[in-house]
Design a protein around this ligand. Structure first.
Ligand code: PLP
Length: 485
């Protein structure tokens, strides 16, 4: 018998693993089907490993122990929620990998109510007749943006796709070569237009597209599309045709104009501490676009959603579109978006009470105070050889919005032995809540911008736990870890 065969012969049977009392107790009454599959997958993994392995042959009992432990770990993982709470120390406010904008408590409450209880989602309580889902939310969006009407769909990609499909009806769509952009991994403008069934007519050049270029490219029945350059900037010999000039041209030629505004900004950039660069949704609508689309979870500060704003007749047509249902949002999304829009309607100061906007608007002085408070809470607990400083740094908006804006911030920066910083960075991610910090050649940094005040004790706890193997109290733990290799 070959060495490999003798290794593989020691692998236990699925049934033997499932019947192990430690797992049997745990799996009692739970569905055997999925548990059996977890065992199968772990067996496969073990087989693959044994095929590679050249060391001594493991006993069946050892392999059994190993499998039971692996299966138990995976089963427990499956019974926990899919996501772990994260403390965002990156300074990227609308961090796509961390769930983009955090919502206000009012939105979480609203979601909970419609999720757990019944609501008048599609019932008119006055008349007792069937009502329209989302109508009031859409009314709020239209009021805030100054448009005749609005429609809420799944995200901005869906909004753009539906708007272009509806207005072009398979005809040509004009788009500047400088705006055939990619946003995120899967949003590529020319592909989306292809999926609307329309034909893309590329206008101008990558760096320059003039009004004359549009005029020359216009054909009867065409739709003109303009897309905001959210995630990149162009410099040098460039020319862009303004939305106002395009609107005038489209009005004269009688062709519809669609604008993908990207972020959905409802407050002035200056009030968020941002440089000029994005236009206000209200101004885009007022320019005379037929339809304007935007995201719900970028600078609007809400949840994933796409909002289409524009002329009442178009929005009514979109509402009746056969594919509208395919991009419809759930009641929980509508409830969250409603709370966010209500925060805008309710705002008496410059900014509505939304966490993402509040984080963007923090001043360097406020950030300095936060970073110092963190330093004071942590410095005494740091491992020997580490140094804590508050230094100037840069945070960013994130979410593919305002890509070139550098927001002045203050970081709590730790320097020390690089392997220790690296190990700590990793252990911080394994805490619950996890802390995602920044590690670079300067050290391990925490940007307090996107950390709420009430999260500070959690950040402190995460560090203290992550430091345990490096500090005196954590010496035993460190030895334990070293022995495990
Ligand atoms: C972000 C963005 C999108 C995609 O929005 P989602 O809501 O993430 O689908 C589309 N267009 C522009 C210009 C954007 O900035």
């Amino acid at each position: 018998m070959s060495d490999l065969q003798s290794r593989l012969r020691e692998i236990p049977q699925v049934s033997a693993v499932l019947e192990d009392t430690r797992l049997a107790g745990f799996l009692a009454g739970r569905r055997r089907l999925w548990a059996g599959r977890v065992v199968q997958e772990e067996l496969e993994r073990l087989r693959a490993r044994l095929r590679e392995y050249r060391g001594p042959v493991a006993t069946r009992a050892d392999l059994h122990e190993e499998l039971v432990a692996a299966v138990a770990t995976r089963c427990l993982r499956l019974l926990r929620p899919a996501w772990t709470r994260v403390l965002n120390g990156t300074g990227v406010v609308v961090h796509t990998n961390l769930g983009r904008a955090g919502l206000p408590e009012s939105a979480a409450d609203a979601v909970r109510t419609v999720a757990v209880r019944y609501s008048d989602l599609e019932l008119d309580l006055e008349s007792g007749r069937r009502g329209h889902r989302g109508r009031l939310v859409e009314r709020k969006a239209a009021l805030l943006a100054g448009s005749e009407d609005a429609l809420v769909v799944n995200n901005n990609a869906a909004a753009l796709w539906l708007a272009v499909r509806y207005l072009s009806r398979g005809g040509p769509v004009l788009l500047s070569r400088g705006e055939i952009v990619a946003i995120g991994g899967s949003f590529r403008l020319h592909e989306i237009i292809a999926e609307t069934g329309s034909t893309l007519i590329e206008v101008g050049t990558t760096n320059r597209t003039t009004l004359e270029d549009y005029r020359r490219a216009l054909v009867p029945g065409a739709v003109v599309l303009k897309v905001h350059r959210s995630n990149f900037a162009m410099e040098g010999f460039t020319a862009e045709t303004s939305l106002a000039d395009l609107a005038a041209l489209c009005a004269r030629e009688g062709c519809p104009l669609v604008y993908d505004a990207g972020s959905g900004l409802l407050v002035a950039p200056a009030d968020l501490g941002l440089p000029p660069g994005e236009t206000l949704l209200g101004d885009d609508v007022a320019t005379g676009c037929d339809l304007v689309t935007c995201s719900g979870d970028k600078l609007l500060g809400g949840c994933q959603a796409g909002i289409i704003l524009g002329r009442a007749a178009h929005v009514a047509g979109l509402r009746e579109h056969p594919l509208r249902r395919a991009v419809r949002v759930d009641k929980m999304t509508l409830a969250a978006l409603d709370a966010v829009l209500t925060a805008y309607l309710d705002a008496t100061g410059l900014l509505p009470a939304l966490p993402a906007l509040a984080a963007l608007a923090l001043t360097p002085a406020e950030l300095q105070a936060r970073a110092e408070a963190l330093r004071d809470a942590l410095a005494g607990n740091a491992p020997s050889g580490w140094r804590a400083q508050v230094v100037a740094g840069v945070s960013s908006v994130g979410g593919g919005a305002y890509s070139t804006a550098e927001l002045e911030t203050r970081l709590l920066l730790f320097s020390g032995p690089h392997e220790e910083l690296e190990a700590c960075h990793q252990r911080l991610r394994r805490q619950d809540p996890a802390l995602v910090a920044r590690l670079n050649q300067d050290g391990l940094g925490v940007d307090p911008r996107a950390i709420a005040n009430d999260e500070v004790p959690l950040v402190v706890a995460a560090f203290i736990d992550a430091w345990a193997p490096l500090t005196a109290q954590g010496k035993d733990a460190r030895d334990g870890e070293a022995n495990r290799g």
